[in-house]
Write a protein that binds this ligand. Sequence first.
Ligand code: GLV
Ligand code: MN
Ligand code: MN
Length: 413
Amino acid sequence: MSVTADIQRLRTELGKLASFSESPAPAVTRVVFGDMDLRARDYLKTLFAEASLLVREDPVGNTFARWLGRSQSLPPVATGSHCDAIPNAGRFDGTVGVIGGLEAIRALQRSGFEPKRSIDLVLFTSEEPTRFGIGCLGSRLLAGALDASAGDTLTCVEGRTLNELRLSAGFSGRLGDVQLSPGAYEAFVELHIEQGPLLDLGRLDIGVVTAIAAPASFRIIVDGEGGHAGAVLMPDRHDAFLAAAEIALAIEAAARATGSPDTVATTGMCEVFPGAINSVPSRARLDVDVRDVDLGRRDAVLAAITAACDGVEGRRGVTVRLEPINADPPAWCAEPIVNTIAAASEARGLRHRTMISRAYHDSLFMSRIAATGMIFIPCREGISHRPDEYASPEAIGRGTEVLADTLAALASS
Ligand code: GLV
Ligand code: MN
Ligand code: MN
């Protein structure tokens, strides 16, 4: 059985997918349930149908494209990723796992392979937190890690709820029906760019992921006292933005203080109210992302940030509110799948290593309901979430072939 990825086709389809973007090339912006997201989904569903896959969509828009196996009573194996993209992103994050997953299936079909278990390609809804403030929305719901009440409580910046937006995008039904039971899948394997520099630096072909770091995010709202930028004297000020700035620096310090390169903290959003050059800010909002592979250390950083907020509150005469968004535990990949991916890489003579994922992925939640593994491929200089994100067609082809071999092994058992 010779399983070979069509590199030219991968390149063309990834290029076409990148054209569905809210920002001009080379940047890609594709916000969930926006026009471009819906057009990208339509394009992908056409490709799924061309490959004779049976397509099903759930109430949140997770899309399942199934290649029927011989033994349909057995739990299927699955692969997949996401196609939404944060503002000003690149074209490879998530999409490599969707187009690569599809090409892995097509390569197996071309080879004459007949799966015993069905193979699902899953397109997850909203892996990125851009619209609703929380990452892995679709896979969280699939894994039962987010209550269906989120349909009414999660809102976007324009104030529309998840339920309103999914319905207007054409995804109806009860959100509670999205959840899959543990064991619904025999295994889940996600192909993704590394989004870090290790494979590129080491001139390696494949990263075999063993664990996914524990992400947490929260919102900090600082209320101070506004006023006229000329008239309020400096000693009398309770500037909400300056208090928030101190907090942002304390967040950086808390992450650095662990001394571990595995601890990272980012204040990626800062909103100042009322946002006028001649007005002392009365309110500031920070959105913060903290991650570590060590849950205890991550939580210690969260505690240090809370203490820093208390200190700033007292010193600057402002009030600081901290609203948690999520605090997820890390995930471990299943050893048999790690071994299958490593064996597939070895058999193809590819240079590979085990590694942890510092980015989160839908695999973080799929691991709660299925034995899970991830295949990383190098991206240039580890750059990601930027328009200059790049993975070569050859690298994507190698990852796709390792994925195909892995799916073939898992679907045959
Ligand atoms: C996923 O995009 C992440 O932020 O890790
Ligand atoms: Mn991403
Ligand atoms: Mn991703």
